[in-house]
Design a protein. Structure first.
Ligand code: ARG
Ligand code: GLU
Length: 729
C-alpha cells in the first residue's frame, strides 16, 4: 500500500509543472528578476535587456513577417526554423535543383542565396509612453475618434525616436488599449540563405507529426544578415558585407537538461487570454468548426494532387503547409478549450466580476460585459462572412486572389492612359505573373473552388453573398461543378498566353474582355462585397468590442488586484520562462521530455513522403557516429519545455539560465494549442529542436563544419557562476 502511494506520488511529482503562464515585456524584466532567479535564471535582467551594452535582445530578430531568428555567429549568421525559411528554400528550388528535397549548404559566402524582400529586424529600444497617450484620449467619444487621437499623439513620439537615425518606430497598444509602448527597430534588408537540411530532416513527419509529441523534426535553417560597409542596413547588393552583431548567443554543447530553468525570447503573434465567454462561445461553436471544414475540403484536393505528381508537390509545398498548419492547430484548440471547459470557467469568472463591479460602482466596468454580450451576438454573421472571405480568397482558389492584381489597371485604365503609364503598369503585372503561373496547377485550383463553394454558401448568411454568385443559381441551377467549369473555361486569367493576348497592348477591346471576364468579375464581386458590405458592419460592431475589452480588462486589474497580468501577445518582443520538462496531456498519459534519433529511425517509412529518412542519417545512426553531440550512445533530437509560446515564436531561441542556446522553438504539442486562450501548466509544452541535433546535422550529416567555426560553442566545463556576456559593439 505504502509502495503504491509512493509510486503515485512520484508520478505526480514527475509531471508537476514548473510552467509559468505569461509572455513578459522585456522592459519589465527588472520587476520579475527575483522570480526569475528563484526559477533558476543565473544572469541578470540587464544581461537580457540592456540599452547600454550588447545583451541577449541584440541576438534576437523578427525574421520576415512572422517568425523569430537568433544570431549565432560573429559574421551575422542567424538561425530560424526550416519552416520559417521554407518559402525561400522553395523559391530557389526547381525539379533540376531541388533544395527542398536535397537540402542546401553554402560552401562560402559567395554561394549564399539572396532573397527578395526578406528582412531581419532588431529591437533597439522600447519605452512606456502610456502617460503621453492614455490621459489624452477622448474615451467618451467613438472609437474612430480614439483611433484618430492615438495616431495624432503617436506621431511626434515616433518622430522624436527616428529623427537623425535610420531606425523605424511605432507606438503600439498593449492590454487592450490600456497601455502604450514606443518600439524602435532596425531592419536589415539583405538576408541570404546559408544552409537548410533536406525536408526529410527539416520537415520530417510533415503534417502527420505537425503539432504532435513525440516529435523528431530537425526544423532549422541558417541565414546571414548582410549590411553596408558601415554595418548599417542596406538594399540587397553583392557589395554588402556580413553584419557584425552586438551579441552572439553561445550554444550549449551539453544541451538542455531535464528540470532545468529555460526561457524563450521572441515575437509571439497573438493570444486571447482575456477573452469574454461570448467570444469563446463564438470561437467554439462557429469560428473554429467553419474554418476547419473549409480547410479540410481544400486539403483533400491538394494533398491528393501532391501525392500523385512531383511537379505539383513542389508547386504546392509552401501553400499546402500554410493551409494545413492552422487547420490542425484549430482542431487541437477546439478540443483543448472544450476539455478545460473554458467557456464555463469564463462564465463563472464573469459572474464574480459583475458582482465586484457593481460593488465598486464604476459604470465602465459594470457595462463592459453586457456590452460585449450584445456586440458578439450582432457581429457573428459578419465575423463569419469575414472569415469566409479570408478562407475563400486568401487560402482558397488562387485565381480569385490573382485576378485582384489586375483590378487597378482595368478600372483606372483611362486615368493611367492619360498619365502615359498604362502599358508600363500592365507589363509589370504580366512579367510579375511568371512566379504565380510557375506554381499554379489549373486543375487543382478549379477543384479547390468546387470543394469550397458549397461550404462557403452553407455558412454565409444569404444577404451577405457576393452579387456575382447569383449566376450560380440563375444560370446553373445551383450546380457548382458546372458553374466552376464554365468560369475556368471562359476566363483569360487561366494562362499567361491568354492574358498577354488581351493585355499586350491593353486597348479598349482588351479592357472590355477583362471587365466581362467571369473570374475577374467574380473576384471583384468578392472584394467589393467584403469591402462595401461586410467590413463596414464588422468594423462598426468591433469598435464596440474594442471599447468593451478596454474597459473589461481595466476592470479586471482593479477588481482582481491580486492576480498577475501579462499583456496579450501582439507580435512584439517577449520573454517566457519555465523549465525543460515533459507533460501530462491526458488522463493516464505522461510525455517524456526528450526524443532521440532512435525514434526517427523507428518512424522511417521507405518511400513515404512524410517519413523518408536520408541514407546518410541511417548510416550515422547505425554506426552511432554522433561525434561530441551524442550522449550515452544516443543522439538527442527534440525536447519539450513549459514555455508559454504561440505562432510567431517559431525559430525563437530557447535558452538556459546562463543565456546559452539549448534549442530552437518550432511548435507546441497538440494538447497545448488552446494556450492562446487558456494556458494549462500540466499540459502546455513548446517543442524545440535540441541544439545538439542542429550541430550534429550541420557537422556530421552535411559536412558543413566550416559553419561551426563562426559559432561560440560552450561545453560542460564552463564556470558555474553568472557569466558576463561578451560585448560586441
Ligand atoms: N506547427 C508549427 C507552426 O505552427 C510548424 C509548422 C510547419 N508547417 C507544417 N505544415 N508542417 O509553425
Ligand atoms: N510553428 C509556430 C510558428 O510558426 C509556432 C508554434 C506555436 O504556435 O506555438 O510560429
Amino acid at each position: 500500500m505504502i509502495g503504491r502511494c509512493l509510486v503515485l506520488l512520484l508520478l505526480a511529482t514527475s509531471i508537476r509543472a514548473q510552467a509559468h503562464e505569461g509572455m513578459w515585456l522585456p522592459t519589465l524584466l527588472k520587476s520579475i528578476e527575483g522570480d526569475l532567479h528563484t526559477a533558476g535564471l543565473r544572469i541578470t535582467a540587464e544581461d537580457i535587456w540592456s540599452l547600454n551594452r550588447g545583451s541577449i535582445k541584440d541576438a534576437v530578430v523578427l525574421f520576415g513577417g512572422g517568425c523569430t531568428g537568433e544570431v549565432i555567429g560573429e559574421q551575422g549568421l542567424i538561425m530560424t526554423n526550416h519552416h520559417c525559411g521554407f518559402s525561400q528554400i522553395q523559391s530557389h528550388s526547381s525539379l533540376e535543383r531541388d533544395l527542398l528535397k536535397n537540402g542546401f549548404w553554402a560552401a562560402s559566402h559567395a554561394d549564399e542565396l539572396m532573397n527578395n524582400g526578406l528582412t531581419a529586424t532588431f529591437v533597439v529600444r522600447m519605452e512606456d509612453v502610456t502617460d503621453r497617450i492614455l490621459p489624452e484620449l477622448p474615451l467618451d467619444q467613438g472609437e474612430a475618434q480614439v483611433r484618430e487621437a492615438i495616431a495624432r499623439l503617436s506621431a511626434p513620439i515616433v518622430r522624436e525616436a527616428t529623427e537623425g537615425n535610420h531606425f523605424s518606430a511605432v507606438v503600439r497598444a498593449f492590454n487592450h488599449g490600456n497601455s502604450y509602448y514606443l518600439i524602435v527597430t532596425e531592419t536589415f534588408r539583405d538576408v541570404r540563405l546559408v544552409g537548410a537540411p533536406p525536408s526529410s530532416i527539416g520537415k520530417f513527419g510533415a503534417d502527420t507529426d505537425n503539432w504532435m509529441w513525440p516529435r523528431h523534426t530537425g526544423d532549422f535553417s541558417l541565414f546571414r544578415i548582410y549590411a553596408g560597409a558601415d554595418n548599417k542596413p542596406a538594399d540587397p547588393s553583392p557589395t554588402n558585407v556580413p553584419f557584425q552583431p552586438r551579441h552572439v548567443l553561445p550554444m550549449a554543447l551539453d544541451g538542455p537538461r531535464e528540470g532545468e530553468f529555460a526561457m524563450i525570447f521572441g515575437f509571439p503573434g497573438s493570444t486571447q487570454r482575456y477573452l469574454s465567454s461570448y467570444a469563446v462561445r463564438y470561437v467554439q461553436e462557429a469560428q473554429d468548426p467553419m474554418r476547419i471544414a473549409m480547410r479540410r475540403a481544400s486539403l483533400e484536393v491538394i494533398d491528393q494532387a501532391m501525392r500523385s505528381s512531383d511537379l505539383v508537390r513542389i508547386q504546392y509545398a509552401a501553400k499546402q503547409a500554410s493551409i494545413s498548419n492552422a487547420y490542425k492547430k484549430w482542431i487541437g484548440e477546439l478540443r483543448g478549450i472544450k476539455e478545460l471547459r473554458t467557456l464555463e470557467s469564463k462564465q463563472a469568472y464573469e459572474q464574480e466580476y459583475l458582482a465586484r463591479a457593481r460593488a465598486h460602482g464604476d459604470p465602465r466596468y459594470i457595462d463592459a460585459l453586457p456590452g460585449l454580450a450584445s456586440a458578439y451576438e450582432e457581429i457573428a454573421p459578419y465575423a463569419t462572412a469575414r472569415d469566409l472571405f479570408v478562407e475563400m480568397v486568401y487560402y482558397g482558389p488562387e485565381l480569385l486572389r490573382f485576378a485582384d492584381r489586375f483590378n487597378k489597371v482595368v478600372l483606372d485604365r483611362a486615368k493611367l492612359g492619360f498619365e502615359g503609364k498604362l502599358q508600363q503598369e500592365v507589363d509589370k503585372l504580366l512579367d510579375g505573373s511568371d512566379a504565380f503561373y510557375k506554381d499554379l496547377d489549373l486543375e487543382v485550383d478549379k477543384r479547390v473552388m468546387k470543394a469550397l463553394l458549397p461550404i462557403y454558401l452553407q455558412h454565409l448568411r444569404e444577404d451577405l453573398r457576393p452579387a456575382a454568385l447569383a449566376a450560380l443559381d440563375q444560370r446553373f441551377k445551383g450546380d457548382v461543378d458546372a458553374y466552376v467549369d464554365d468560369l475556368y473555361a471562359r476566363s483569360v486569367l487561366v494562362s499567361k498566353e491568354r492574358l498577354v493576348k488581351v493585355m499586350r497592348p491593353f486597348g479598349t477591346k482588351g479592357a472590355k474582355t477583362m471587365v466581362t471576364d467571369p473570374l475577374f468579375d467574380l473576384s471583384r464581386s468578392f472584394f467589393q462585397n467584403f469591402l462595401e458590405t461586410v467590413r463596414p458592419a464588422h468594423m462598426r460592431i468591433s469598435d464596440r468590442i474594442d471599447r468593451g475589452m478596454r474597459n473589461y480588462v481595466a476592470g479586471m486589474m482593479v477588481l482582481f488586484p491580486d492576480r498577475t497580468y501579462w499583456p496579450d501577445a501582439n507580435s512584439t518582443l517577449r520573454l517566457s520562462y519555465g523549465a525543460v520538462e515533459g507533460s501530462g496531456p491526458r488522463d493516464a498519459v505522461v510525455y517524456g521530455a526528450f526524443t532521440t534519433l532512435d525514434g526517427v529511425i523507428a518512424k522511417h517509412i521507405p518511400g513515404d513522403h512524410e517519413f523518408e529518412v536520408p541514407q546518410r542519417l541511417m548510416e550515422l545512426h547505425a554506426a552511432r557516429d554522433y561525434g561530441p553531440y551524442g550522449v550515452d550512445g544516443m543522439m538527442p533530437v527534440c525536447f519539450t519545455s513549459s514555455l508559454h509560446t504561440t505562432g510567431g515564436n517559431s525559430g525563437s531561441p530557447v535558452l538556459n539560465g546562463r543565456g546559452e542556446l539549448i534549442g530552437i522553438n518550432f511548435d507546441r504539442t497538440w494538447e497545448s494549442t488552446m494556450s492562446d486562450i487558456q494556458f494549462d501548466p500540466e499540459k502546455c509544452r513548446n517543442i524545440s529542436v535540441d541544439v545538439r541535433y542542429v550541430l550534429f546535422i550541420i557537422d556530421r550529416f552535411a559536412g558543413a563544419g566550416h559553419l561551426l567555426k563562426e559559432m561560440r560553442l560552450v561545453g560542460a566545463d564552463r564556470p558555474p557562476h553568472i557569466i558576463q556576456l561578451p560585448i560586441h559593439r
